[in-house]
Ligand binder design. Structure first.
Ligand SMILES: Cc1ncc(COP(=O)(O)O)c(C=O)c1O
Length: 460
């Protein structure tokens, strides 16, 4: 079987010789799947087999593969103008920026278009430092903010770190993880599924939040100077395992950070564009207002684009030197971005879909958690969902060899999911189910095969 005259053997030869070797290390499936085509939530391989894509190109294909309206918008723009640069005045750039700004609350109205989430976070770090005149930036342990040399310092996962000097001035505070961290109960998180931990907090109180905020205070007292540049937070920690925090954490953390002179940055690369269902941005679910928001992935439905949005005040501080990139604001990218916003918001009601389908999926997965010893936790919001594997219902480390076969069964049922072996502070792994446009009827197919996967481990 071949695609465009290329055999599978030849493709694999190219992969091993000419492509970033990391891709060969983590190629999913023992016998790789040769993806050939996509339409909405479906992918097809070279042999014509169809897959339900719950992975969505690492949580990126926000409105579905080759969505007809987005494809039509790209085709139209490709015939008109590919690129000028944002130095020239051109309609697609301005149409897009106006539209994107209309989805952000005041005063978050100034947009910098970039090419990737890493570049967006690089820029946000720089802005925070220039605006405040301070240097130190705090983020959570277990966070992922990018792979550039600058963001590598911010990212807190050893597997993404090289033994070189990365950005200094990045400090990682304890992640307020209410499932695996030292504190957490059965009311802490903003999710249809709570942890199986018990909770004795009185109404309106959250002991776990107080403890985790105490840890942030410790970080301020011990690890950074008295003034800081900023605090980064993913509203839900994506690559760290769809980790959710106590509901009031960010509100209190933002207050503390601002008292220390810092700005607050929401990394919405994973949580943005309605994926969490209840709101368009993850931060809105916490009732907070960041000073800088970074976004990528879902912004372009797979087209390489990203953005930083900030306030006029921060933008004015940042205007002390030129900031320029060639492709930010590319005409085709802006046409894609505009079409994604139209489809995502107005036409297909995908934010509501994320809410309804995500709630349904988490509820079904929670039933599997109650049935199978290997599932310690099901969590998330909308269609950002994590399933954490454990050893016999306790928090101890489940060897990848004990859960990878489960993932393999799900994948053999032609469902694409994302698995990560994350040895977090206390050692854990999880499987993240990230999804684009998926409907209940499609999931009715997915959940039983997950059940089969867990059952086949013989651990019911
Ligand atoms: C939360 C978060 N921030 C930043 C990034 C980096 O984005 P990119 O891969 O586009 O550089 C990622 C990528 O997975 C991410 O999940």
């Amino acid at each position: 079987m071949s695609i465009q005259g290329m055999s599978k053997e030849h493709i694999m030869e190219i992969r091993s010789k000419n492509i970033n070797p990391m891709t060969s290390k983590i190629t999913y499936y023992k016998k790789p799947v040769f993806i050939h085509q996509g339409h909405m939530q479906w992918l097809w391989d070279m042999d014509g087999r169809r897959y339900l894509d719950l992975f969505a190109g690492v949580a990126t294909v926000a409105v579905g593969h080759c969505h007809p309206k987005v494809t039509a918008a790209v085709e139209k723009q490709l015939k008109k103008l590919w690129h000028t640069t944002n130095i020239y005045v051109n309609a697609p750039l301005h149409e897009y920026c106006e539209k994107l700004a209309s989805h952000l609350p005041d005063p978050l109205k100034v947009i910098y278009l970039t090419n990737s989430g890493s570049e967006a976070n690089d820029l946000a770090m720089l802005m925070a430092r220039i605006h405040t005149g301070n240097y130190d930036i705090i983020t959570f342990r277990g966070s992922y903010h990018g792979g550039s040399q600058q963001t590598m310092g911010l990212t807190s996962q050893s597997s993404y770190k090289y033994p070189i000097a990365t950005s200094s001035g990045c400090t990682h505070t304890m992640c307020p993880d209410v499932f695996r961290g030292p504190w957490g109960g059965s009311h802490c998180r903003d999710s249809p599924v709570q942890t199986i931990r018990q909770c004795s907090c009185a109404q309106g109180q959250c002991m776990a939040n107080e403890q985790y905020i105490g840890q942030l205070k410790e970080t301020f007292a011990a690890s950074v100077p008295s003034r800081v540049a900023g605090f980064f937070g993913e509203p839900i920690q994506g690559m760290g395992g769809a980790v959710q925090y106590p509901k009031n954490y960010f509100k209190e953390a933002y207050k503390l950070v601002r008292e220390k002179g810092g700005v607050c940055i929401a990394d919405e690369v994973q949580t943005g564009f309605g994926r969490t269902g209840t709101h368009f941005w993850g931060f809105q679910g916490y009732g907070i207002l960041p000073d800088i928001v970074t976004m990528a992935k879902g912004i372009g439905n797979g087209f390489p684009m990203a953005a930083v949005v900030t306030t006029p005040e921060i933008a004015a501080s940042f205007a002390k030197a030129y900031h320029f990139n060639t492709f930010g604001g590319n005409s085709v990218a802006c046409a894609v971005g505009s079409a994604v916003l139209d489809v995502r918001i107005k036409e297909d009601g995908l934010q509501q879909n994320c809410h309804h389908v995500g709630t349904y999926l988490m509820t079904e997965l929670a039933k599997l958690r109650d049935k199978h010893k290997i599932i310690g936790d099901v969590r998330g919001k909308g269609l950002q969902i994590g399933v954490e594997m454990v050893k016999d219902k306790v928090l101890s480390y489940a060897e990848p060899s004990s859960w990878r076969p489960t993932v393999a069964v799900v994948r053999r049922s032609h469902i694409c999911i994302h698995d990560r072996d994350i040895k977090r502070t206390h050692a854990a792994q999880e499987t993240t189910i990230t999804t684009a446009v998926v409907t209940h009827d499609k999931l009715l197919w997915g959940v039983p095969s997950a059940d089969t996967g867990y059952r086949q481990r013989g651990k019911v």
